[in-house]
Design a protein around this ligand. Structure first.
Ligand SMILES: Cc1ncc(COP(=O)(O)O)c(C=O)c1O
Length: 461
């Protein structure tokens, strides 16, 4: 065995024994050479060997790191980590309150009907071609008329169709920021933003929040400290905190973004389910903001159809990025979604879901009231999830584990923290994915009992 292979083998042993853990940074090439009494070239070859065998990865300017399991990935702030149960629906006895998907009793039948109609009405040959990465002109016209119910003026030419809001966010971040750039975002948020920033080597900077979303002064302070490229924000029905930025706050944030030349990426994935909300950033400043939404919440996350609406000058770059990543969204999926959009099926489903969501949210707030810090005053639309504060003497991971022992799956708040420096003692409870409302109510009551039990005074003897 050559020297570099010997070193690689020793390091693999250390990984297998758990002495080197996921996320650990290995010594520099020079230090490794010193430790193993070899040349820097040999140390580099050893690291090359480890990377080739899939144990490590290099980050530009930062070093060589150990890959890990899914949980480890989440622990180092990289992954979009959800409990295993989140992906397995219908397990007997389990009530899954970890996922923000919206159950509707008719979606199955609607899908079946659409498959049948498409297979009868279309020649398979029409699905054999490449087309414009943004989507075909017809797809964008149909999308514009639907998105036009959420924002004011939408030109189909400024729409880029993506395979969901997550690829939309990734595409926007990859196109509008370069490795090492600062991207500001709410201190808590959807973990997909953190995962995208990590993969793109962007420096995600958390902005402190209050009951009305991100705090403008905090955003301004971050802008003054360094060059912020992008603000990625969720101003309406924020996931997980439930906050909505009122109009005055949006205007303040916009003013700061203008002063520091920051582009705004608005994640509006829940917008199709809002009754009324203040204007989107793209309506307030069409040159400065992108609007990203999808059919995931209002119809099905399995469909994988989302939309970016962008200022015209950014459209070609965003479209090129989409080509580089996945060329385009499949015409089969697009024909399905066009059918749902044009037939009014998405709108009808939205009306039902909003009604259900109001009912479930009110009930959940009744049950969990003592642990909800603020009940989203001035908000006009229902939330699919609650952000529940645990009493100070309770530990999130332990609470999640005790809920799991009761067959209830929830997620601890730290999964939503955009940086390890953000302190949190919450759980997120999703209200819309459980089909059966009685089961949901029972699970919520069980959670309330657990919360109360754990906070009851302890007798010390
Ligand atoms: C805030 C937020 N943005 C984006 C997404 C991803 O949506 P999509 O399924 O359209 O990729 C989610 C999914 O839960 C989300 O909660």
């Amino acid at each position: 065995m050559r020297k570099f292979e010997e070193i690689a083998e020793t390091l693999v042993d250390l990984i297998k024994q758990g002495k080197l853990k996921a996320g650990d940074r290995l010594p520099s090439h020079r230090d490794l050479a010193y430790d193993y009494k070899c040349s820097v070239g040999t140390a580099s070859r050893a690291y090359g060997e480890l990377e080739r065998r899939g144990y490590t990865y290099g980050k530009v300017g930062q070093g060589t790191f150990i890959y890990g399991t899914e949980a480890d990935e989440a622990a180092i702030g990289k992954g979009v980590f959800f409990p295993r149960e989140s992906w397995v629906d219908g397990q007997r006895g389990i009530v899954n309150l970890s996922k923000n998907s919206y159950y509707h009793k008719d979606t199955d039948a609607r899908m079946r009907d659409a498959f049948l109609r498409l297979s009868m009405g279309n020649e398979p040959t029409q699905y054999l071609e490449y087309f414009d990465s943004r989507g075909r002109p017809r797809d964008r016209v149909i999308a514009a008329s639907w998105i036009g119910k959420q924002i004011e003026k939408v030109d189909p030419e400024n729409i880029i169709i993506t395979q969901g809001a997550q690829p939309g966010l990734y595409t926007a971040m990859a196109t509008l920021a370069n490795p090492g750039d600062v991207v500001a975002t709410e201190a808590f948020g959807y973990p997909g933003i953190r995962a995208a920033a990590y993969e793109l080597d962007l420096r995600l900077t958390p902005i402190a929040m209050d009951n009305f979303g991100l705090i403008p002064e905090e955003f301004e302070a971050i802008c003054k400290r360094g060059s912020v490229k992008l603000l990625v924000t969720m101003p309406t029905g924020h996931n997980p905190t439930g906050t909505t930025q009122p109009l005055e706050r949006r205007l303040e944030i916009l003013e700061i973004a203008r002063a520091h030349n920051v582009l705004i990426v608005e994640d509006a994935v829940y917008a199709p389910l809002q009754d009324v909300f203040p204007p989107a950033y793209i309506d307030l400043d069409p040159e400065r903001a992108l609007y990203i939404t999808s059919l995931s919440k209002v119809f099905s996350p399995g469909l994988r159809v989302g939309y970016i609406v962008a200022p015209p000058n950014l459209v070609p770059r965003l479209a090129t990025k989409v080509t580089a990543i996945n060329w385009m969204t499949s015409a089969i999926t697009l024909d399905m979604s066009n059918f749902f959009l044009q037939g009014g099926i998405v709108d009808a489903q939205a009306v039902d879901l909003v009604k259900t969501c109001w009912r479930r949210e009110r009930r959940a707030i009744d049950i969990l009231a003592p642990w909800i810090a603020h009940v989203h005053h001035a908000k006009r639309s229902p939330l699919p999830h609650l952000w529940v504060e645990l009493p100070a003497d309770q530990n999130m991971a332990e609470f999640v584990a005790s809920a799991r022992r009761e067959n209830i799956v929830i997620i601890a708040g730290d999964s939503f923290a955009m940086s390890k420096t953000v302190s949190v003692n919450h759980i997120r409870v999703c209200l819309m994915s459980e089909p059966d409302e009685q089961r949901l109510e029972k699970a919520l009551k069980r959670l309330a009992t657990l919360l109360a039990e754990q906070t009851s005074p302890v007798m010390v003897i």
